[in-house]
Design a protein around this ligand. Structure first.
Ligand code: TYD
Length: 221
């Protein structure tokens, strides 16, 4: 059964996160949703994690393209990126009444570091809750694809996490689905193997459940 999404407080912008495995097609859906929201006259800040701030870009390089990083150091660096991101970009934008659409957020840490690296999803959840000062998205959209589909789509260029074996990516995938199943009002899970236009339709339809977005129209592509 489809649940109505939670609405942000009236004076605050809408906060949407896209999550999913590598190669799930998040960036296309981020672009389409931002186009649709902008066409509806809303101000939208679009960002991604890790990255999105100057410090975040440096952390991104260390995490994805640097040398060996121990699992706990990896979790703390991703958490530091999110703390900076929330303080400098996400919370100020939401407080100004702008919408924020982010490509990945806290669930990526819970799934990749908590479940993928086996550091314990609950512990990582607590770490992230502290790092982001309890700020969680109004809606998280999980683009679900099997690990082997993600691997094929990524092709031959891999960052440090993408190089992990399919079993790691399977654990990550399953954990995204568990998070969504535990809080259906705050999640939309879509089958990322479907054509992008169909996924966009599903996402816009779900957002129609938020009164301020009842008239949102799909982006043309
Ligand atoms: P992403 O920017 O989505 O990769 P790309 O730009 O190559 O598509 O994410 C980079 C990698 O970092 C990806 O494998 C997921 C991983 N990641 C974590 O492990 N934890 C996190 O908290 C985040 C935000 C990303």
């Amino acid at each position: 059964m489809t649940q109505p999404p939670s609405s942000p407080p009236p004076e605050r912008g809408l906060f949407v996160a896209f999550e999913g495995g590598d190669g799930a097609g998040k960036s296309t859906q981020v672009r389409l949703l931002v186009t649709a929201l902008t066409a509806a006259g809303r101000s939208v800040v679009v960002t991604r994690q890790p990255g999105g701030t100057e410090l975040g870009s440096q952390i991104r390089d260390l995490l994805l393209h640097g040398g060996e990083v121990s699992p706990r150091a990896e979790a703390l660096l991703f958490a530091a990126d999110k703390a900076q991101h929330v303080d400098h970009l996400i919370r100020p934008a939401l407080d100004r009444g702008e919408d924020v659409v982010t490509d990945r957020y806290t669930d990526s840490s819970i799934a990749y570091q908590g479940a993928g690296r086996d550091l314990g999803p609950d512990e990582i959840h607590r770490l992230l809750d502290w790092a982001v000062g309890g700020l969680f998205p109004d809606l998280t959209i999980v683009l679900d694809v099997p690990a082997e589909v993600g691997r094929q789509r990524r092709g031959s260029v891999h960052d440090r996490l993408e190089r992990e074996h399919d079993e790691f990516h399977d654990r990550v995938r399953r954990h995204f689905l568990d998070l969504a199943a535990a809080a259906p009002a705050r999640y939309l899970v879509v089958d990322g193997t479907q054509p992008p236009a169909r996924l966009h339709t599903e996402i816009v339809t779900r957002l129609h459940g938020i009164p301020a977005l009842a008239g949102l129209r799909e982006a043309s592509g």
